[in-house]
Design a binder for this molecule. Structure first.
Ligand code: G3H
Ligand code: 13P
Ligand code: ZN
Length: 311
């Protein structure tokens, strides 16, 4: 269990690979992610959103953050790979402070919905506090939204590399999430998948810090098909193709946020197991095969990101 996510990501940035940052909301997802990382001998980042902290704490953020830290610490102590616990999309000052106090390795301040100057000011404030206690910070520039060919739309949604340069210098943020055309969830692109690699290349050149790709799930079509076969309604679900992830890593992405792929895998196999073993009422026997598949998808992602064997 490492105290600082920065060490893991700086190494990835120097050596040109990416670390998986996987979201969890409960013990089973956390176990699956950590087992996958251990088997792949890969450093890993586990992340909770603000919603996850509230969910774990049943509405009480101190309880949620404390339980997240204790769960991660207790499991990670037994592992040989570095594990960092990260706050994903921190927007609420109180939740960010609670995560820092509870023992998170790093926090994200997501003020990307605010105008540039305000985003910069908010981010700088969090960086000052977090750095004073040895915790690293991620921020975001631009908006996570699939892009169309429309140039005007593109400029208003995607990161401006010149702004990124100023932002990183002024805020001293440790990692940056530049919006280059991905979006959260299972429906990322209306037409063809499209990312702005030129922009990404410039942001890396101008900032020289680890970069983060949000909304990076691949949304594997075989898993979507399986889920639909067992009654899910996920037609049209689409993610980021493998070659695009690899290109993004080549151009400087070092942290790849993945949540949807784990969620889809969970739902697909939960539906399958329940429909095939209709007399099963032991949740442990239902979850065991389901989370084997979640673990496998995490291992597949870690291999694609290039962090296998980097622990
Ligand atoms: O940022 C998005 C992550 O998938 C977490 O989402 O707010 O539903 O926990 P959430
Ligand atoms: P996905 O929805 O593509 O998994 O993205 C997750 C994410 O960006 C979490 O911050
Ligand atoms: Zn995200």
């Amino acid at each position: 269990y490492v105290k600082n996510t920065k060490e893991i990501l700086d190494k990835a940035s120097r050596e040109g690979y990416a670390i998986g940052a996987f979201n969890f909301n409960n013990m089973e997802f956390l176990q699956a992610i950590l087992e996958a990382a251990e088997e792949e001998k890969a450093p890993v980042i586990v992340a909770t959103s603000e919603g996850a902290i509230k969910y774990i704490g049943k509405g009480d953020i101190e309880t949620g953050a404390k339980l997240a830290v204790e769960m991660v610490r207790t499991y990670a102590e037994k592992l040989s790979v570095p594990v960092a616990l990260h706050l994903d999309h921190g927007r609420d000052f109180r939740i960010i402070m609670t995560a820092i106090k509870a023992g998170y390795s790093s926090v994200m301040i997501d003020a990307s919905h605010l105008p540039f100057e305000e985003n910069l000011r908010e981010t700088k404030k969090i960086v000052e506090i977090a750095h004073a206690v040895g915790i690293s910070v991620e921020a975001e520039l631009g908006k996570l939204k699939g892009i169309e060919d429309n140039v005007v739309e593109k400029e208003s949604v995607l990161v401006d590399p010149e702004e990124a340069k100023i932002f990183v210098k002024e805020t001293e943020v440790d990692f940056l999430a530049p919006a280059i055309g991905t979006s959260h969830g299972a429906f990322k692109f209306k037409g063809e998948a499209q990312l702005d690699f030129e922009r990404l290349k410039k942001v890396k050149e101008y900032t020289q810090i680890p970069l983060v790709l949000h909304g990076a799930s691949m949304v594997p079509q075989d898993v979507v098909k399986l889920a639909n076969e067992y009654g899910a309604e996920l037609s049209g679900a689409k993610g980021v193709p493998e070659d695009m992830l690899k290109k993004a890593i080549e151009l400087g992405i070092n942290k790849i946020n993945t949540d949807t792929d784990l969620r889809i895998t969970f739902v697909a196999y939960l539906r399958k197991v329940l429909s095939e073993d209709k007399s099963q009422i032991d949740p442990r026997k239902i979850f065991k095969p389901v989370f084997e598949h979640v673990k496998e998808i995490v291992k597949e992602r870690i291999r694609i990101f290039g962090s296998s064997g980097k622990a």
